[in-house]
Ligand binder design. Structure first.
Ligand code: IPM
Ligand code: MG
Length: 363
């Protein structure tokens, strides 16, 4: 059996703390299920700027390219926030997504029954919520050119560009339909087609792709309406596919449904010849670097640990281990353990390290 190489980029803020727990979970899975894993760590983001002057040093990019999967913590922090600065930690993330062509960002929104009371919405609204967001990750306004500040006739002006070609749209929409087939067979395409030309292209291409999936229901929803539906009737959605920036915004909103941003994993995938599994990918929690709680053993490692489960599933094809990790997380929550973000009067607060150890213990 060949050894899988996992590149680990702990990054900034709480990144190192949560990533250490996810790595321990992966190591445990390797032992228990008998597959060899090799880990290599490298710098990325603010720590990389400090060490090398660049947010994504060549050595880190090379490591990511060689790896079977990348486990990432978080990037950014006040230390590197100067808006005038030419280098910013976030550039590392964008460059990595782009360089590895990770065009599909999977962000599952599931609600653990024991955590539902920590969410600000009513229990009835949250019952049965199981959404998979597929956010396009390598196009749109994040990468469109020109993107600059300049001197205009009326003074300072700035421009950003939203651009998509049909290939970029088709591959992510097609992946969404193929995933929907294995779920509840519904795809919701979110856009702003009443205003944006790019959105009208998304609609057109979505219709073309849908023709190949007659067993999957499809609808188009405007992004402003979707923002509302997510809070009023979230259980109605199955797979939601959308462009880069709408996906960024809607997934932060959707995270509120689960009670804590700290619980949510993500997988960023590139193309695979014919199957959904076994593709190189980047796995990271949705939460950011949370500098206010960094280094204090307060972070919730479950988003990172659930990301490790996605890594096992999508990049290593280890479904059994992936399900075991998810079951272990549920078991720990059932035992009443909670990090500070989710603690309630009837649960027991634990730190990041203890939460990680509890998951490993269940495995
Ligand atoms: C995310 C983050 C990033 C994004 C930032 C950190 C660049 O918000 O992954 O959702 O906007 O894509
Ligand atoms: Mg975001």
């Amino acid at each position: 059996m060949s050894e899988a190489l996992i590149a680990v980029f702990p990054g900034d803020g709480i990144g190192p703390e949560v990533t250490a727990q996810a790595r321990a979970v992966l190591e445990r899975c390797g032992e228990r299920f008998g597959f060899p894993l090799r880990f290599e760590e490298a710098v990325l983001g603010g720590v990389a700027i400090d060490a090398t002057g660049e947010p994504l040093p060549q050595a880190s990019l090379d490591l990511a390219r060689q790896a079977d999967a990348v486990l990432l913590g978080a990037v950014g922090g006040p230390k590197w926030d100067d808006p005038q600065s030419k280098v910013r930690p976030e550039q590392a993330l964008l460059a990595l997504r782009r360089e590895l062509e990770l065009f599909a960002n999977l962000r599952p929104i599931q609600i653990h029954p024991r955590v539902v009371d920590a969410a600000p919405l009513k229990r009835e609204v949250l019952e049965g919520v199981d959404i998979l967001f597929v956010r396009e990750l390598t196009g749109g306004v994040y990468f469109g050119q020109p993107s600059e500040r300049r001197q205009g006739a009326a003074g300072r002006e700035a421009v950003d560009t939203v651009v998509y070609d049909e290939t970029e749209v088709r591959r992510v929409v097609d992946l969404s339909f193929s995933i929907a087939r294995g779920r509840r067979k519904r795809v919701t395409q979110v856009d702003k087609a009443n205003i944006l030309a790019t959105s009208r292209l998304w609609r057109e291409v979505t219709r073309e792709v849908a023709a190949d999936y007659s067993d999957v229901a499809v609808e188009d929803v405007l992004v402003d309406a979707m923002a509302m539906h997510l809070l009023r009737r979230p259980a109605d959605f199955d797979v939601v596919v959308t462009e880069n920036m709408f996906g960024d915004i809607l997934t932060d909103e959707a995270s509120v449904l689960t009670g804590s941003l700290g619980m949510l994993p993500s997988a960023s995938l590139g193309s695979a010849e014919n199957s959904f599994a076994h593709r190189a990918g980047l796995y990271e929690p949705i939460h950011g670097s949370a500098p206010d709680i960094a280094g204090r053993d307060l972070a919730n490692p479950l988003g990172s640990i659930m990301s490790a489960a996605m890594l096992l599933r999508h990049s290593l094809g280890r479904e059994e281990a992936a399900s075991a990790v998810e079951a272990a997380v549920n078991a720990v929550l059932d035992d009443g353990l909670r990090t500070a973000d989710l603690n309630q009067p009837d649960t027991r607060q634990v730190g990041c390290a203890e939460m990680g150890a509890a998951v490993v213990e269940k495995l």
